[in-house]
Design a protein around this ligand. Sequence first.
Ligand code: GAL
Length: 672
Amino acid sequence: MPVTPLPLRGRGTRIEYGADYNPEQWPREVWARDVALMREAGVTIATVGVFSWALLQPAADAWDLDWLGDVLDLLHDGGIAVDLATATASPPPWLTTAHPEVLPVDADGRTLWPGGRQHWRPTSPVFRRHALALVERLARRFGDHPALVAWHVNNELGCHNAHDYSDDAAAAFRVWLRERYGSVGALNAAWGTAFWSQSYGRWDEVLPPRLAPTPANPTQQLDFARFSSDALREHLRAERDLLRAITPDVPVTTNFMVMGEASRMDYASWAGEVDVVSNDHYVRPGRHEHDELSFSANLTGGLAGGRPWWLMEHSTSAVNWQKVNRAKRPGELARDALTHVAHGADAICFFQWRQSTAGAERFHSAMVPHAGPDSAVFRDAAALGSVLDALAPVAGSHRGRAPVALLFDWDSWWATAQEFLPSTRLDYRRDAVEWYAAFADLGVRVDVLPADADLTGYALVVAPMLHVVDGARALRLTGYVEGGGHLVATYFSGIVDERAHVHLGGYPGALRDLLGIRIEEFTPLLDGESVGLDAFGGTGTVWTDRIDVVDAEVLARYTGGENAGRAAVTRRTAAGGGSAAWVSTRLQGPALAGLAERLLPPGVGSDLPPQVRGHVELAVRAGDGVEFWFLVNRTTDPVEVELDGEVLHGTREGPAVRLGPRGVAVLRRDPA
Ligand code: GAL
């Protein structure tokens, strides 16, 4: 893959650095000081206007864009580029007063009123009309502004309004279903409406899955999740198309959230809609904290097809929206930012530049905290600016292929989050991160990929809980194994098709023959229950299967519980030398790492020296005849890594690179 810098208008190849900048919260005399401080911190780019609608359009027929023009001029004079938001994320009070029909409605029929943000229906034609009028104003006024390098559509589309159950949503849902199924009869067949007397006679009888006496029809729920993601994507397309028509030379992005609420947007189907993939990420303190961060960054890289992307938001220190909001500890600010760079981010931005004194986010950290620039946070942020400047040679490089791929699938996430399943203790994303962490414990690199990505060249493919497997997906996975690839699928994978209908003949239906096993009944575990395995020192929780082995070797058996003595982990070797393994329970920590090691094909392993495997994460970016090796200390103990290469960031002591607690080093090396 050639070196591909972010396609920002008029920018060179560098790692951009900056933040959301909300000058409207401050008197004008602060603005000039802001720009001077930005320069001091090494800021190169600012995202402006994200929540400015009410000031830009104070009434239906009144516009005030001059202040924003002044901000853009000021930033440009200071050498700071602008990512200009379309400002449509939060509608102004005059709009929702005049048009309460734009307000979203939850599943219980409750209106979500103004007072917060993002109180708009993705399917409201009234909202769309007003939003596009604003977009057009901004594009016409600022499209030629020399500061403008990118458009930022809306903000975190779906952050608070992803699932709207209003009448607008109902009407749009029917249109979406009509396109998908063509006839009410086909809808009935797909939704299995013979069950519980749900057969529809006419389209207008069909509703979103509003609050009902029981959980709604599972296919109705899954289709509503798909529709809701598509409806937000439609909004993205509408703004983007208008922007492209007026300013074809300005790239368009919108910030994804590949964690948390992201479960509601299928970003695999969004990534192709933007000129630059961007993502927001906030660390959630706890076990696997760094692995989750790395996983999210890695998944964003996968969505970007291995090309560079933009970290649009993260925090310099504490957020304000977790139950307890911990300040970042020494080294965390740089580690978090550089982990994103390691996985392909060529722009590193924070929410936000200056910490607010008022409003809902006044206790959220910023680059300039309440304490002012004379603070550790500002100094750390400025130090990061210098590091990113020094990492300019990395910009444009793409992801160096890992030996292992981990598949990530929104359909399976949504379908396994429903009720009325064999267990409601399933956690799709948690399992994915745990498998990712297991390989990190081995020092083995993994590429997180959308589930239907090209698997060519991967020695091992891990599919945790890949529940939804239609014919095409089953064929692709079978083809991969028959071509010599090694596949690992875990419990509850392959069970249903794209309609959430169960594959018949024994589980895991779609993958049964490939795996050489047959399961007649699931045997999930109760809360607090666990079962031992005779290998890997493991204890399984959440789930077990009663496996009949048809054509597979047994890698581990249960030592207790109902399935004692039966297979827990199996592997079938296919004719071409590939294999397909099944893991029927949730393992964690060293046991899962032990299993992951056993599943690695011969010759596939870590590129790190043995002493540091598990302590250090390795991510590789590939440039033009050169590689950049990012070493991230996953621990709080200092560690020395013996590797040759020119140090772009970090400290070398003789043959070793020294990483302090949470430390990061970047080496420029010749490709192997
Ligand atoms: C994001 C949002 C920002 C800010 C930030 C706080 O969801 O885009 O505007 O609210 O979170 O962590």
